[in-house]
Ligand binder design. Sequence first.
Ligand code: ATR
Length: 281
Amino acid sequence: MSYHLGLIGYPIKHSLSPWIHQQFLNQTGLKGTYDLFEFQPDQDFSNDLDQLKEKNIHGFNVTVPYKEKIIHHLDALDHNAKAMGAVNTVYNRNGEWIGYNTDGIGYVRSLLNKFPQLEREKEKRILLIGAGGAARGIYYALMIFGFSSIDIANRTLQSARNIAHLRLNHVDTNVISLQKAETDLYEYDIIIQTTSVGMKPNIDHTIIHLSKVKTGCIVSDIVYQPIKTKFLTEAEKLGASIHFGHTMLLYQAQAASEIWTFKKAKLNNLDQKLERKWRGE
Ligand code: ATR
């Protein structure tokens, strides 16, 4: 059998997903293709999906601007996608389209891969900075993986409160301002930056000052343009261990390919390879 997989979104011409998924297929010894379906936002989305259904695709990823819009066209959602209100992976289960969301899971897998000791340290105090879609996925996945102390800092407190409404019973969450995060930074063991601040062309910006960061703290940034943001550079200078959050892309792809093929691809040195591709080498 040969898997027929792909990605819907716009614009996606430069997506690295076909390359990533081809590596996974090769590595797990499966045959298949991963195609890009660039649906123009001004086209009839239902019609585009009908055509995709006719192709009898096994599964596909969903990216902007369709992560929410796709929901009404699916037969069921898993608990992650339900909690997120967004879908990044669809599996065709005997003609039924089931929606999943592997974004947050991908992030936490990448974090645990770099810092495996965290598997035994789920009580570590986490500060999540930002309250957009990415923060929502990461907050939920951190809870599902068992972490129990996750504060959320954001410029707009109401957005952070909306995320905190997802809180599960085993978790403590305070919603705080960016100013409070900055002054109380030494209280945290893991700091996760999920906003777009620091992204090209504004590479000299950081969301908060890090001067109060605890030595040995883990500092992570999901911005990947540039790969090493000013936030990470400063954190490293102050004695923190840094994590390139963009590796979440590989792990969310890994989780998606597991849903489609029931096989877990090993990542080996794919993150270094991906980084070289990013740099255009
Ligand atoms: P995504 O879905 O990719 O996470 P988003 O929904 O646009 O992106 O969320 C952007 C996040 O970055 C929000 O937390 C936003 O803060 P607000 O909720 O206050 O808007 C944050 N953000 C973006 N630019 C910012 C800036 N210049 N200063 C502070 N926070 C910023």
